[in-house]
Design a protein around this ligand. Structure first.
Ligand SMILES: Nc1ncnc2c1ncn2[C@@H]1O[C@H](COP(=O)(O)OP(=O)(O)OP(=O)(O)O)[C@@H](O)[C@H]1O
Length: 787
């Protein structure tokens, strides 16, 4: 019996009470009943029945079992069937004050509640835990270093202070426990497990020696061994020790280079150190700000994976828009690590002084994708959060130096601030690196000024730049296809068809183009899914699920196509870590060099190879040229300076991909039909929506709706009139005609494309080889583009 998901209607409870009042026999005999507050009911996240289930009731929806709804005068009260225990065995004795939340809420770190794989302490296996070989090895490697750890000093000669005493000195290494199951909480389960995550036994002989210099606790070493990460990435190797020594850190590293764990590991280490000290309710230890919802969920998931073998693990939750607020409020009350988007976080935090007060005590404030988060539409809420964290609570004594915020003195708070991105504005980089005057009081528009708002604890945060020469991932190959402005659909289709990929990500600059291209590719029988900010959150998450679920094409398949394609706006450009994306296509040239870096960075992650292809029309030639020179300027200069270097030998930057033009021409009939079908379908949908809107408007105005008259009004000749005219034309196409086109397209798609040269059929083109310099037929030249 489940009822009362988060969409329960006010007033609907009394009616439901009839349906749900009778507890089962088993409940009557085995459970104690008590009155509890609605927020104290043991809500459980509704599981997703199937991946693509359309049913209501997941993504943030919750249900509760064994609850009676009883009317008490004018109020409705909830009698929860709570499991009987020595402390909780009292029979229901009538209405009383609701018991404290802790009595009826699942345990703070219970796996069922958190979706963590770790077991609650009371449910611990009575058998002593056996360590895997890797765990033993990790612990041994760490023990070898323990003397050094004890004597560890900071550069200043002071004793190391972050994670002040190592958890390893305080905790029993045998406490670590392998985690048996996946996270059942769908909202944080959007991203698949880290590939290569092995069963415990496979950890045997896993060499962790390269992690030893970081002086991590045996628990964390064991967690990392489980993830099969044999060595820290450069940003991890440099940022983790600084953060663990208590410093503020600004970290810059290429896309896909492991920045999440660079801040995640120090946070979990500190939590482990403090968790062993305290029994009472803890304050949250870290607040992590992310610019997009998907990234917030991904970070949450990544940190949960890291902690998945800890017996006692931090409660990690995400707080983002598009999902149930009440659930997030409840989660925030017991969270140790919170990952969220600024808008929703501020919405929830600003309504509760208690929450705000709790968050004032955080040990870490992390700003991921800082350059985006501190710009765009996010800054206002991010600033509110930062100000609120530093503000004295109402009724609290104001500190004497209250105006510290602005005078550059040490701020009152005691948190560390960790700021990460693959891209920072150049002038700021120079300042952070100490090459220019360092003054975080720059003009109000600049990132420099916004960083000032972060109120670093230290005058000079540690700036770590692991990719000063090239911002692009090392194994990324970049190509450019020059084509006519109206031929982009054709070349997009050609690349997707010719280049075998497991997952391809197509970026556009507009939501309308995402809609059109998704429909266009689907019409061509390609598995395309849309992602943009105008979609409902549930649909966004589902698109990502579907994108990830695509299967690789069968081996030896002649017409190799991408197994799944995501068509997205820049909402997918930052941070998303989806395994096996091997191709990124920029359908539109990105608006900025940084956008290009981040978009391209969705492939070639964690040392994997990947290809980024830019489709460039004549009108885009100039911005493209600028963009490329900006992205590759430093690398080109470095290559020129050391002309015998490998980099110079292989050439720097973007190469033109010369695809055989005749091959592409053979695809034209398919593309033309698919374009006609798509445009007609979209125009009809839009038309009927507009029609409906006009009807309603006319209704409200009390005037007659005259379709013909309104159609006349729409025949103006101004801006957008061409599109309107095309739309009208498309709307006039009969259903029969569309059906006929579909039939023709089906016929074409069922046949292999004969390239006209004797028996030669269209087969995959090795774009990678083309990028390496093997030349196909020249595709066409765009004036003025000389790359
Ligand atoms: N030490 C490591 N060894 C191997 N893989 C790692 C290591 N650390 C992290 N990874 C993996 O690398 C991938 C990229 O990590 P992450 O998402 O943190 O990158 P990022 O630097 O934040 O990228 P972006 O700039 O795009 O946000 C993830 O799949 C992660 O699991």
């Amino acid at each position: 019996m489940g009822f009362g998901n988060k969409r329960k209607r006010p007033g609907g409870d009394a009616k439901r009470s009839k349906k749900h009042t009778a507890p089962s026999k088993r409940q009557k005999t085995n459970v104690g009943k008590r009155v509890v507050g609605v927020d104290s009911l043991p809500w459980k996240t509704v599981d997703v029945p199937e991946m693509f289930d359309d049913a209501e009731g997941f993504y943030g929806l919750e249900e509760v079992q064994g609850v009676e709804v009883v009317r008490d005068g004018g109020t409705v009260k909830f009698v929860a069937a709570v499991p009987e225990s020595p402390q909780e065995s009292e029979e229901f004795e009538g209405f009383d004050d609701p018991p404290a939340e802790s009595e009826s809420q699942p345990e703070k770190h219970s796996p069922a509640e958190q979706g963590e794989a770790s077991a609650p302490e009371e449910a611990a296996d009575p058998e002593p835990k056996k360590l895997t070989k890797a765990e033993r090895k990790a612990a041994k490697a760490q023990a070898k270093k323990s003397d050094d750890i004890k004597e560890q000093t900071t550069k200043d000669g002071k004793p190391a202070k972050a994670a002040d005493a190592k958890p390893s000195e305080k905790k029993d290494t045998k406490a670590t426990k392998p985690s048996p199951k996946d996270d059942p909480e769908l909202e944080t389960n959007v991203f698949t497990k880290v590939p290569g995550l092995a069963d415990d036994d496979d950890d045997d002989d896993f060499d962790m020696s390269e992690w030893v210099p970081l002086n991590l606790s045996p628990e964390i070493m064991s967690c990392i061994a489980r993830l099969k990460f044999s060595k820290p990435t450069p940003i991890q190797a440099r940022a983790i020790p600084e953060a663990m020594s208590g410093h503020d850190v600004i970290g810059k590293a290429a896309t896909g280079s492991g920045k999440t764990l660079a801040f995640g590991i120090p946070i979990v280490e500190k939590w482990l150190a403090s968790a062993s000290d305290k029994q009472e309710k803890r304050h949250p230890i870290a607040l992590i700000l992310s610019p997009t919802r998907e990234l917030a969920h991904q970070i949450t998931d990544h940190l949960k994976q890291l902690c998945s073998r800890l017996t006692n693990s931090p409660y990690i939750c995400s707080v983002t828009g598009g999902l149930a607020v009440q659930k997030q409020q409840r989660q925030l009350e017991k969270a140790d690590i919170v990952v969220g988007t600024p808008g929703r976080l501020w919405e929830v935090l600003s309504t509760s002084n208690a929450l705000l007060e709790a968050f004032r005590g955080i040990g870490f404030l992390v700003v991921d994708e800082a350059d985006r988060l501190l710009k765009d539409g996010h800054f206002k809420e991010a600033e509110e959060i930062m100000l609120a964290l530093d503000r004295t609570a109402p009724g609290e004594e104001a500190d004497e130096d209250e105006d510290d915020d602005d005078d550059g003195e040490t701020p009152r708070h005691n948190r560390q601030t960790l700021v990460f991105s693959a891209t920072f504005n150049k002038a700021l980089q120079q300042k952070l690196a100490g090459k220019a005057r360092y003054n975080l009081m720059g003009d109000a528009e600049s990132l420099e000024y916004l960083l000032k708002k972060l109120n670093f604890r230290e005058q000079r945060p540690k700036f770590i730049d692991t990719n000063p020469v090239s911002q692009m991932a090392e194994n990324l190959k970049e190509g450019l296809i020059q084509c006519g402005d109206l031929e982009k659909d054709l070349y997009l289709y050609a690349v997707l068809l010719l280049q075998p990929t497991r997952r391809a990500l197509v970026f556009t600059n507009s939501i309308n183009t995402v809609r059109r291209l998704t429909s266009f590719l689907q019409t061509l029988n390609l598995p395309a899914f849309a992602l943009h900010s105008d979609m409902e959150q549930k649909a966004r998450l589902r698109s990502l699920e579907r994108f990830k679920a695509g299967n690789p094409p069968p081996k030896g398949q002649q017409h190799a196509t991408a197994s799944s394609i995501l068509v997205a706006t820049d909402v997918a450009a930052r941070g998303l870590d989806i395994p096996s994306i091997d191709l990124v296509i920029h359908y539109h040239v990105p608006r900025s060099a940084d956008d290009y870096v981040h978009r391209s960075g969705r492939t070639a992650r964690a040392n994997n190879a990947g290809i980024s292809i830019l489709l460039c029309g004549p009108k885009e030639a100039v911005p493209t040229q600028r963009l490329i020179s900006k992205v590759h300027a430093t690398a080109a200069a470095a290559a020129a300076a050391a002309s015998r270097s490998k980099l110079a030998a292989s050439g720097v930057g973007v190469h033109t991909v010369d695809i055989d033009r005749r091959l592409v021409a053979h695809l034209r009939p398919r593309v033309s039909l698919a374009q006609k079908i798509t445009e007609t379908t979209i125009a009809k949908e839009r038309g009927s929506k507009e029609d409906e809107w006009m009807r309603k408007a006319a209704d409200e105005l009390g005037v007659d709706y005259d379709e013909d008259e309104l159609a006349q009004v729409g025949t103006w000749k101004g801006r957008g009139s061409g599109r309107k005219a095309r739309e009208r034309e498309a709307m006039a196409v009969s259903k029969g005609e569309v059906k006929q086109w579909r039939g023709q397209l089906k016929e074409l798609l069922s046949k292999r494309v004969n390239t006209g040269v004797s028996e030669k059929y269209l087969v995959g083109v090795d774009v990678e080889a083309l990028l390496n310099g093997a030349r196909g037929e020249f595709l066409g030249q765009v004036e003025g583009l000389d790359i």
